[in-house]
Write a protein that binds this ligand. Structure first.
Ligand code: GAR
Length: 201
C-alpha cells in the first residue's frame, strides 16, 4: 500500500480530486492523513466526510519551530510514502524538507519556473503570457524551484482574467496531481543527478 499525507490550507479541491481518483478508486494508494495549518480550511471537512484521519495544527497557536515539530510528529504517526502539498500555503523549513528528502511534491498553478510564489495566475495575466498552466514538482529548499515532474499547458485567451484563468488551470490540476502521484506510486518517477526527472510511462 502506497500511503499519502496530504497537506492543505484551503478549499481542498485538489484533495477531493485525489480522494476521487486514487483513494476511492485505486486499491494500492490511500490517503492516511490530511493536515492543515488553517482552522477554517474546507479540506479538513472534506477529510472528515470521507473518514480520513485529519489534523489541524493551527499556525496561529505555535511558533515556527513548535509548528514544524508537531507537523513532523503527526506525519510520523503513519508510514508515509509521499507528502502531497495540495494548496498548502506555508513554506516548509530546510529541516522539514531534509527529513522527507525527495518525498514531498507540490502542485503550483503556473508553468514553473515562471511565476513562483503567491497569485501565480494573476502574475501570468499581468505579465501578458499567452500560455500558462500547472506544474507538479518535488519540493527542495527554494520556493517552487524543485525538480519538475509533470506540467500541463493552458491557453490564456485575451478575455481571461485571474478568475477565469484560475478556473481553467484548476481543471487540469485535478487531473495532473492524481496522475503524477500514481506514477510515483508505481515507481516510474526518478530524480536524476542534475535535478531533471525521468518518467517511465
Ligand atoms: C490551487 O490552485 C493550487 O495550485 C494553489 O492553490 C490552489 C488550492 O486550491 N497552490 C499554490 O498556489 C501553491 N503555491 P484547492 O485548495 O482547491 O486545492
Amino acid at each position: 500500500m502506497f500511503q499519502l499525507a496530504v497537506l492543505a490550507s484551503g478549499r481542498g479541491s485538489n484533495l477531493k480530486s485525489i480522494i476521487d481518483k486514487l483513494h476511492l478508486s485505486n486499491k494500492n494508494i490511500k490517503i492516511t492523513c490530511v493536515i492543515s495549518n488553517k482552522k477554517e480550511a474546507k479540506a479538513l471537512k472534506i477529510a472528515k466526510k470521507y473518514k480520513i484521519p485529519f489534523y489541524l495544527i493551527d499556525e496561529n497557536r505555535y511558533n515556527e519551530k513548535e509548528y514544524e515539530e508537531k507537523l513532523i510528529k503527526t506525519i510520523n504517526l503513519y508510514n508515509i510514502d509521499l507528502i502531497v502539498l495540495a494548496g498548502y500555503m506555508k513554506i516548509l523549513s530546510p529541516k522539514f524538507v531534509n527529513s522527507f528528502k525527495d518525498s514531498i511534491i507540490n502542485i503550483h498553478p503556473s508553468l514553473l519556473p515562471s511565476f513562483p510564489g503567491l497569485h501565480a495566475q494573476k502574475q501570468a495575466i499581468d505579465y501578458g503570457v499567452k500560455i500558462s498552466g500547472c506544474t507538479v514538482h518535488y519540493i527542495n529548499n527554494k520556493v517552487d524551484a524543485g525538480p519538475i515532474i509533470k506540467q500541463k499547458a493552458v491557453k490564456v485567451e485575451k478575455q481571461d482574467d485571474e478568475a477565469s484563468l484560475s478556473k481553467k488551470i484548476l481543471k487540469y490540476e485535478h487531473q495532473l496531481l492524481p496522475a503524477t502521484i500514481e506514477l510515483i506510486a508505481q515507481g516510474k518517477v526518478q530524480i536524476n543527478k542534475y535535478r531533471t526527472v525521468s518518467i517511465k510511462e
